[in-house]
Design a protein around this ligand. Structure first.
Ligand code: CAO
Length: 435
């Protein structure tokens, strides 16, 4: 009799099982339709929390009779997902699930979260952070394990960058084709997950186009900027300097119309201010090399020069031993050489820190990219006359916006704020540059 009752078709409801602390988790896919025959363990729906994707499996073999959820619905434990008509003997697991149900409908086996993988060794991620869990179904995780693939290195092409079976297979194909190279050391400071290919639509389908080659400088700087942007953990701080007095001094230094002499711009003051800040905060005068830190005891400052061929950084050596006028003269000479494409490799290397000035160009501020192997770069935007409250009234002051991008591996935020504040105070009071 018992056997008979267990083999008869029996309606059951499939509910959201115990899913830990998760509540109101969205349904991201419904994998069955009414009438579908499913075997015990087949995935029915997928739920996605911010940390993991979970498939809810069929508790018994049978036929789906109705579905009570849709993509986007948010579910919590106990919510009804679908109804099934089941036949055959309940397995011990299903029987146990049935016993656990106090309200009658069958509770299914716990879902399989897709987060059993430990974080990959290269990519430290705090436990529980989204980065610790590759976004893929348990089946895909299982396949990745069987194929010996570090799933964290696979780029997903599914919805919300979900990793699909096809992505694993494409990853394997690419790995087989790639020439064997040296294995990066585990201590490599950076690890870049494989990036999707650059999108290359046929632009001419959308309108007239004109295709030309990158200049040599553009090719070089593109590669360097992309590497620096991707591998350095950049943070940018902002500050401002009241350069009203410095500007008066600068004008005094400059030759009168008709006179010969060097034109001094804010760039030279900022280079001197950077030297002063590097002396006060030597943690900024370093480079990473071979897993170690190289501290420099010289003060070669680079500046970005905009040329017709692209962006070039020229380096002025020993700025600690040169005055503002000498630095201005050297910057002008090097900028002219840069624009003529005549800078020697020596004039483009050996820098400790870079100043990027858009002061003569425009804008209100920007976040410059660090010029590796340096660990910080200063950005200067055009100074503007602004009303400043002096405690009694607003007075017109010339305000220079400054930004500092810095490598978070080398320094931290408080020190960066002090470093930039030091530069600002030297720019405000040029007497400090003589100290
Ligand atoms: N605020 C207001 N005016 C400024 C200024 C500032 N912060 N900085 C410069 N100026 C003024 C100069 O005094 C000069 O004024 P006059 O024409 O009245 O004499 C004018 O702007 C033009 O200066 P300049 O650009 O010729 O000279 P510079 O020393 O300031 O800069 C150089 C030299 C080579 C840095 C610059 O020409 C250049 O190429 N800048 C672009 C750098 C760049 O592209 N950076 C972005 C890279 S992204 O990180």
């Amino acid at each position: 009799m018992d056997d008979m009752s267990l083999t008869m078709a029996e309606p059951i409801d499939v509910l959201v099982p115990d899913i830990g602390d998760f509540k109101q988790i969205p349904v991201i896919s419904v994998l069955v339709t009414p009438g579908a025959a499913v075997a015990e363990g087949d995935p029915l729906v997928e739920l996605e929390s911010d940390k993991a994707t979970m498939e809810v499996p069929a508790p018994r073999s049978g036929t789906v009779t109705s579905i009570h959820v849709a993509i986007g619905d948010r579910l919590s434990q106990g919510d009804r997902i679908l109804a099934m008509s089941v036949t055959g003997k309940a397995t011990p697991l299903a029987e146990q699930a049935q016993k656990q149900s106090s309200t009658g409908p069958t509770r299914m086996a716990p879902p399989s979260p897709s987060s059993p993988m430990p974080p990959p060794p290269f990519k430290p991620a705090s436990p529980g952070s989204a980065a610790a869990v590759a976004y893929a179904s348990p089946t895909v995780h299982q396949l990745a394990r069987e194929l010996g693939i570090d799933i964290a290195a696979v780029t997903g092409t599914g919805p919300h960058a979900r990793i699909l079976r096809e992505d694993l297979l494409a990853f394997v194909k690419r790995s087989l084709k790639a020439p064997a190279g040296p294995t990066p050391p585990l201590s490599a400071p950076t690890f870049i997950a494989e990036l999707p290919p650059w999108p290359e639509p046929d632009h001419s389908k959308f309108g007239a186009v004109d295709v030309r080659d990158l200049t040599r400088v553009q090719k070089l700087s593109a590669a360097n900027l992309a590497r620096n942007w991707l591998t350095i953990p950049h943070v940018t701080n902002f500050d401002k300097a009241d350069i009203t007095e410095t500007e008066q001094f600068r004008k005094l230094l400059n030759p009168k119309p008709g006179e010969d002499g060097v034109k001094v711009t804010m760039l030279a003051f900022l280079i001197k201010a950077a030297v002063s800040a590097l002396k006060a905060y030597p943690r900024f005068n370093v480079s990473f090399a071979g897993g170690r830190i190289v501290a420099k005891h010289y003060y070669n400052i680079g500046f970005a020069a905009d040329t017709a061929e692209g962006l070039v950084v020229a380096v002025i050596p020993d700025c600690d031993r040169k005055g503002v006028v000498e630095i201005a003269a050297e910057a002008r000479r090097l900028a002219e050489k840069a624009r003529a494409g005549k800078l020697s490799p020596r004039e483009m290397s050996g820098g400790c820190f870079t100043v990027s000035s858009l002061g003569g160009v425009g804008g209100t501020g920007f976040t410059p990219i660090i010029n590796a192997p340096e660990v910080a770069i200063l950005g200067a935007a055009p100074a503007e006359m602004m009303p400043v409250w002096n405690g009694a009234e607003f007075i017109p002051r010339l305000i220079l916006p400054l930004s500092l991008s810095w490598d978070h591996r080398a320094v931290d935020g408080a020190m960066a704020a002090r470093f930039l504040g030091h530069i600002a105070s030297c720019a405000e009071d040029s007497r400090k540059l003589m100290l």
